[in-house]
Design a protein around this ligand. Structure first.
Ligand SMILES: NC(=O)c1ccc[n+]([C@@H]2O[C@H](COP(=O)([O-])OP(=O)(O)OC[C@H]3O[C@@H](n4cnc5c(N)ncnc54)[C@H](OP(=O)(O)O)[C@@H]3O)[C@@H](O)[C@H]2O)c1
Length: 295
């Protein structure tokens, strides 16, 4: 039952073309007030960016709750947005005094408890997408499937995916549960997903690829910035929009997860949706990114 229902869901788009990342909104970076969370969420939604990317660990387990406090003030928003979150990282931080070393945990009990915590913190009664954040080398795919089945049938989580997996790790999990999303690092700063099989697998298996740090975390090599800037002048957009358009062009259907903390940079990102690069323009950026010419 789980297979048929999830596969039907994954065959139609259920997230926005540009996803809004919240990792930098809380105590790890911008330290937004509730009013600033409200303003960014509202701005993103006004631009059609309805999907918000979280993880239980952001802000050392505090960012989801800060976002949830803003969401609570606007209950009408929930049905107009999609909430993605991630679980599976054991992080050493003040909020988790029992954690003494970094570890990964995909046990059934950990996944179920993480879902409950995220639901409570985000002040919602369902999550649109739950991702396994980084591969747990001790993963038992049957155990993960049991947890996902319970979360799905209870209506608490509507779809599932992974992050930072290798293609064979994805395949292993697919043996017990349909994988709808793979959130991976791909950008002008890290092009490895284009030819190491991860994006090919997404295309083959109908997995939605989400690109984390699509602007390389905001720090790009000079040669890349210069190639992006030259094309940006031609298209009359900001260089950042070129970098996102370059990802959006890939046939696997990459959804960039933008990490900005500024409303105006959300607008700059949205301009990427209007750009179509030809092959030579695309490869100009690719060659600037790799620092080599094509054979
Ligand atoms: N699955 C994973 O393992 C994983 C890992 C890392 C991140 N993530 C997700 O990916 C999201 C994005 O990651 P990221 O924050 O590293 O992404 P990013 O978009 O590559 O980098 C964000 C940085 O770029 C700057 N920036 C963005 N747009 C800009 C623009 N138009 N002009 C100038 N500067 C701009 C931002 O500064 P301003 O704030 O000043 O705009 C910010 O410092 C995170 O929020 C998180 O949701 C997932």
């Amino acid at each position: 039952m789980l297979h048929a229902q999830l596969e039907a869901m994954y065959s139609t788009p259920w997230m926005s073309d540009i996803v809004v990342g919240t990792m930098r909104w809380g105590i790890w970076d911008a330290k937004f007030t509730t009013a600033q969370y409200e303003a960014m969420i509202e701005k993103a939604m006004s631009l059609g960016m309805s999907t918000f990317d979280h993880a239980d660990i952001y802000g050392d387990h505090t960012t989801e709750a800060e976002f949830g406090a803003a969401l609570k003030l606007h209950p009408e928003w929930r049905s107009q947005m999609e909430l993605v979150t991630k679980c599976g990282i054991i992080r050493v931080c003040d909020q988790k005094p029992g954690h003494y070393i970094k570890a990964y945990d995909f046990t059934k009990s950990h996944i179920l408890q993480s879902a409950e915590d995220s639901l409570r913190n985000l002040q919602t009664d369902y999550l649109d997408v739950m991702l396994l954040h980084r591969p747990d080398l001790l993963m038992d795919p049957d155990e993960v499937a049991e947890a996902f089945e319970m979360l799905y049938t209870s209506g608490k989580v509507r779809s599932f995916g992974v992050s930072n997996f290798t293609p064979s790790q994805v395949k292993l999990l697919q043996s017990t549960v349909p994988v709808g999303v793979h959130q991976l690092e791909v950008s002008v700063k890290d092009v490895s997903a284009f030819d190491d099989g991860r994006l090919d697998q997404c295309t083959l298996d109908g997995i939605v690829p989400m690109a984390w740090s699509p602007l390389g975390g905001g720090k790009l090599p000079e040669a890349v910035v210069s190639a992006l800037s030259a094309l940006a002048v031609e298209f009359e957009v900001k260089p950042q929009a070129m970098a996102l358009a370059w990802l959006l062009q890939h046939p696997s259907g990459i959804l960039p997860v933008v990490g900005t903390t500024k409303a105006e940079n959300l607008e700059a990102a949205q301009a990427a949706l209007t750009i179509k690069l030809d092959r030579q323009q695309w490869y100009t950026i690719y060659q600037a990114a790799t620092g080599t010419t094509l054979p």
